[in-house]
Design a protein around this ligand. Sequence first.
Ligand SMILES: NC(=O)c1ccc[n+]([C@@H]2O[C@H](COP(=O)([O-])OP(=O)(O)OC[C@H]3O[C@@H](n4cnc5c(N)ncnc54)[C@H](OP(=O)(O)O)[C@@H]3O)[C@@H](O)[C@H]2O)c1
Length: 284
Amino acid sequence: MTTYAVTGASGQLGRLVVESLLARGIAATDVVALARTTAKAADLSARGVEVRFGDYDDAASLDSALAGVDRLVLVSASEVGKRVGQHRAVIAAAERAGVSRIVYTSLLGADSTSNPLAPEHVATEEALAASPIPATILRNSWYLENYTGQIGTYTATGTVLGATGGATIAAASRADYAEAAAAAAIQEQAGATYELAGTRFTLAELASTVTSATGTEVGHSDVSVEQLAATFEEVGMDAGTAGFWASVDASIAKGELDTESTALAELIGRPATSLADAVATAAA
Ligand SMILES: NC(=O)c1ccc[n+]([C@@H]2O[C@H](COP(=O)([O-])OP(=O)(O)OC[C@H]3O[C@@H](n4cnc5c(N)ncnc54)[C@H](OP(=O)(O)O)[C@@H]3O)[C@@H](O)[C@H]2O)c1
């Protein structure tokens, strides 16, 4: 019997990884859902999954949470700037608990991109490489939901605003990435690094897809990175945060969130979600 555990199970991706493990035939009694806010995972408990408290900032909680776990899906943490220490704490606890495999959700092209989110993923990949626990690295590209979650803004403003210079973005849904994480945890081999992405589109194509799905005319405005940062500040971000997120578009403009990799579809055994389907679902 193999016991699987998933961190961040109270979050959007982690919950879907748990569901994907169950959908792939893993018994609920063989799955442990780690959550900082266990109440948010009550529905998983109701399905027979053991929900355990685990806070990345509380090493003792991680020791209890990982007891008896064989394979761990480490969903990257969410507090940018704190994540390296948090991920190292999970890896150290996994070593103490005798975990035999870690699957980690990294970032597309983590070791070569100028994306400002990359350094924490690189440091985590390095910590995993230094650990005796065999690891599988899933370098996830952008979530489609980063865009489909803004359909209301696009239709209200009539614009998809960005500073990507017409570059192509390869993205996939959280559910696609979650299925990939479950598949990677279940498969026998470890040690691979996968560059994961699905449907490829420009922001102009996103705008026309939103127009078709909603019936509201939405165009695309490509601005400079500085103008994008200024817009972020106008809607309430501090200058540092605005510059950080605007520089993500500078990275996209260099083609750094695009890939022709088909690893995601191969891992999940079906095509990744299309842009049209993701937009139609979110708009409905
Ligand atoms: N590639 C992309 O486009 C993209 C986009 C967004 C996020 N991400 C990455 O993917 C991860 C998962 O995304 P998501 O959408 O599922 O994020 P999410 O819904 O915000 O979930 C984050 C999860 O992390 C948990 N968490 C945060 N701090 C913790 C701590 N100190 N100890 C234990 N758990 C903690 C949260 O627990 P609580 O419920 O207690 O808050 C939550 O379960 C993110 O954390 C981020 O690293 C990637």
